[in-house]
Design a protein around this ligand. Structure first.
Ligand code: TXA
Ligand code: MG
Length: 326
């Protein structure tokens, strides 16, 4: 398949969503909004479609994908859910949670989408546009974030086009995504519950549902097979990022969070994730603001210190990856 082709823009009316589902079922690559970030969909049961998806993203193919389905009953057939996984599914699906469980024996997800692992990541999104597309496709859809590998995840249709126009078949031109951070990933394997990626479903909320502690994976390294996608350098901006900053350098852009600005802030090079210090608003703004500051080509971008509790854990996780040496 050639690397360049016209990318169709689809609306969010019923007929367009049905068309998006039909295209996916026919093997096409279609980006669409979810409540977390925009995903790039491909038929998860068809290795040729998944191979094209990896190529379009420029993603290392050892990175397994999340299988998305429209309803919980369907999701439960794709894997083996222990008691904790079942409770989490009941409490948080549909929603911004991905569960990693043992893949059902002889399940439909192709090996390539699972990157050869015996476990499978499954998600039932809540966003009505995503659900309509998944229902129309009537099969599990692999959908990584719809960005070039290593770039910041897209929270607006225009971010998808900036990275993938001409490389994919269609984009559903929806609203900006309300949560703005990728789903929480919890692995329920071998009687353990592990937080592989923090997100809008907080560790605290998950612990309340399963009635015990959610563990942290031992190593968070590039070689840890438990969390293959958690490369320490990820979500990269072009400008280097400095975290927990109290003093701004000359020429530096600043990502603020809350009412207190560091001394020396140049307001033309500053964006505020949330002036009132609201973490939900901050998560929704994070990726778009990183893109906007990066476009001004500053020498570096500094981020003020903020609380790492609740959703703050997920926001800090993404910034730490964006700040990692590369
Ligand atoms: O919010 C989201 O989850 C978005 C939207 C589009 O649904 N999708 C998303 O997909 O963030 P992606 O591919 O960018 O991130 C999926 C993560 C990767 O880090 C991958 O390594 C991990 O899930 N993952 C997938 N299968 C896994 C498995 N069997 N075990 C451990 N991690 C897995
Ligand atoms: Mg991603």
């Amino acid at each position: 398949m050639s690397d360049s082709r016209p990318t169709r823009r689809l609306g969010t009316d019923q007929a367009s969503l049905a068309e998006a589902g039909r295209l996916l079922a026919g093997g096409a690559l279609v980006a669409f909004p979810t409540e977390t970030v925009y995903g790039l969909g491909a038929d998860a049961t068809d290795s040729a479609s998944v191979a094209r998806l990896y190529a379009a993203k420029g993603r290392p193919s050892f990175n397994p994908l999340i299988a998305h389905v429209a309803d919980i009953g369907h999701a439960l057939t794709l894997g083996t859910f222990d008691a904790a996984a079942r409770r989490l599914a009941e409490a948080f699906w549909p929603g911004p949670l991905t569960l990693v469980v043992p893949a059902a024996p002889d399940g439909p997800i192709c090996d390539l989408a699972r990157a050869g692992l015996s476990s499978l990541a499954i998600r039932v999104p809540a966003d009505p546009v995503a659900r309509a597309i998944l229902a129309a496709a009537a099969r599990p859809i692999a959908a990584p974030s719809a960005n070039r590998s290593g770039h910041v995840s897209p929270t607006e249709a225009k971010h998808v086009l900036a990275d993938l126009d001409g490389r994919i078949d269609a984009v559903v031109m929806g609203e900006s995504t309300p949560i703005g951070l990728e789903s929480t990933i919890l692995a329920c394997l071998d009687d353990r519950a592990l937080l592989l990626r923090p997100g809008a479903i907080t560790r605290e909320a998950a612990e309340a549902v399963i009635g015990r502690a959610v563990e942290q994976p031992e190593a968070d390294s590039d070689t840890n097979p438990l969390a293959p996608g958690r490369l320490s350098s990820h979500y990269a901006t072009r400008a280097p990022l400095r975290l927990d900053v109290e003093r701004i350098l000359p020429g530096e852009a600043c990502l603020a969070f809350g009412p207190d600005l560091p001394p020396g802030t140049d307001r033309s090079l500053m964006l505020n994730l949330s002036e009132s210090g609201n973490p939900v608003e901050a998560a929704a703004n994070l990726y778009a603001m990183l893109r906007r500051l990066d476009e001004r080509e500053p020498s570096s971008i500094c981020v003020v210190r903020f609380s790492r509790l609740g959703l703050g854990e997920a926001i800090f996780d993404r910034l730490r990856r964006a700040a990692a040496p590369r």
